[in-house]
Design a protein around this ligand. Structure first.
Ligand code: ATP
Length: 374
């Protein structure tokens, strides 16, 4: 098998009661030429996983296979893996060009090919006019791009990237997202990329390994992770603005299935509920999820209108052509993504408002364990 396979990795730091389980029984694969994201919040165990693959950390259990060979105990330099290090790892006395050329000089590459590779990567990273400068003569973002460049000039079996663009400004990040994707296709590289930024993972990744508290939550292509999240954690983590999630009770009596929370009631489609295997069940404790994009302004704000969440405006943030509207209903804040043209005027804080829910766009989660039920 070409690419990377991680099998049952366990890693804890410290001992006894104070031990932190950073990674628990972690398994996934990155196929040859695939671009895979390890996505999760701070402390999920992403960096520990990456360092274990690079050979900078030793696992308590499990195996790391690179191109089919067991590399669990191999030294980092034996793995033909390139990792982006922090910008602080640049050599201060060398020019940008020489910093980037350094790994190639170690490989004794011919001068003409070395120059061609460095120039090609420098162009993509928009640093070709800075090649003669020293790192201290660059901004932090420019230094970071040099660190990325130094990794990209190599032809490694596997590239490991730990949040390489998170310190860049928003515009440069957007540019780099497109460039990374292009670069990966052009060089046909195999990349494992760590990020807490779901937008990066959604736009660049062929597949995403979603992690939380050291445990894999779901593995799949971005679209599947977004449309069919395996549990409440993934549902809430992926998507911007994030999914609204509220505790509710499902009541299925007298032919009508209703979701209740506080004074609010949402009527569910019988076929949809039956298809999810939730029909005819006794009252059940669930969490409901609804994306901000699936809420719209209800024509009538009054209590009792079908599938309308009734509340008051809690906050409103107007962007170019949309407004992110926070509506408080029975102690829960629902965030809605509303076109300005539908609003009429700027909403007043405290103003009563109704949010129309499309019942088919609702997700239902088991409240206790978070698993997606529908
Ligand atoms: P971030 O996005 O904040 O970098 P992460 O997902 O990369 O987070 P890790 O850095 O892998 O997470 O950390 C996972 C857990 O292991 C955390 O609870 C962290 O505090 C702990 N940890 C990581 N490295 C060490 C260490 N050297 N000693 C003790 N605990 C550690």
């Amino acid at each position: 098998m070409a690419g990377l396979r991680v099998e049952g990795i366990e890693k804890a730091f410290g001992r006894g009661e104070r031990a932190v389980r950073a990674v628990c029984d972690l398994s996934f694969e990155v196929a040859d030429r695939e671009f895979v994201f390890l996505l999760g919040p701070s402390g999920a165990g992403k960096t520990t996983t990456l360092r274990t693959i690079a050979g900078l950390e030793q696992p308590d259990a499990g195996r790391v296979l690179i191109n089919g060979a067991d590399m669990t105990w191999a030294a980092p330099r034996e793995r033909n893996v390139a990792m982006v290090y922090d910008k602080n790892s640049l050599y201060p006395h060398l020019s940008v060009f020489e910093n980037m050329a350094y790994p190639l000089r170690l490989q004794r590459l011919a001068e003409s090919e070395l120059r061609e590779r460095v120039m090609g990567v420098a162009k993509i990273l928009q640093i070709e006019r800075m090649l003669e400068r020293r790192p201290r003569e660059l901004s932090g973002g420019q230094q970071q791009r040099v660190a990325i460049g130094r990794m990209l000039v190599r032809r490694a079996d596997l590239f490991l990237m730990d949040e390489p663009i998170s310190h860049l400004d928003a515009k440069l990040r957007a540019h780099m997202r497109l460039e990374f994707k292009k670069l990966q296709r052009e060089f046909q590289s195999t990349i494992l990329y760590v990020s807490h930024d779901q937008l990066e993972a959604m736009t660049m990744g062929d597949r995403i390994v979603a992690m939380n508290e050291g445990v894999v939550q779901q593995i799949g292509p971005p679209r599947v992770i977004f449309d069919r999240p395996a549990n409440r954690f993934v549902a809430g983590f992926v998507g911007e603005p994030s999914m609204n999630i509220a505790d509710c009770t499902l009541e299925d009596a007298g032919g009508a299935a209703t979701l209740r929370f506080g004074h609010q009631r949402l009527a569910l489609d019988r076929d949809w509920l039956d298809a999810a295997g939730l029909g005819n069940a006794p009252a059940r404790a669930l969490s409901l999820g609804i994306r901000p994009q699936h809420l719209s302004l209800a024509p009538h704000a009054g209590q009792g209108a079908p599938n309308v969440i009734c509340g008051v405006v809690y906050a409103a943030e107007t962007l170019g052509s949309e407004t992110i509207l926070d509506v408080e209903a029975d102690g829960v804040i629902f965030r809605a993504w509303i076109r300005n043209s539908a609003l009429g005027g700027a909403p007043e804080i405290g103003e009563p408002i109704g949010l129309q829910v499309d019942p088919r766009a609702i997700y239902l989660f088991d409240r206790a364990i978070g698993r997606t039920l529908a």
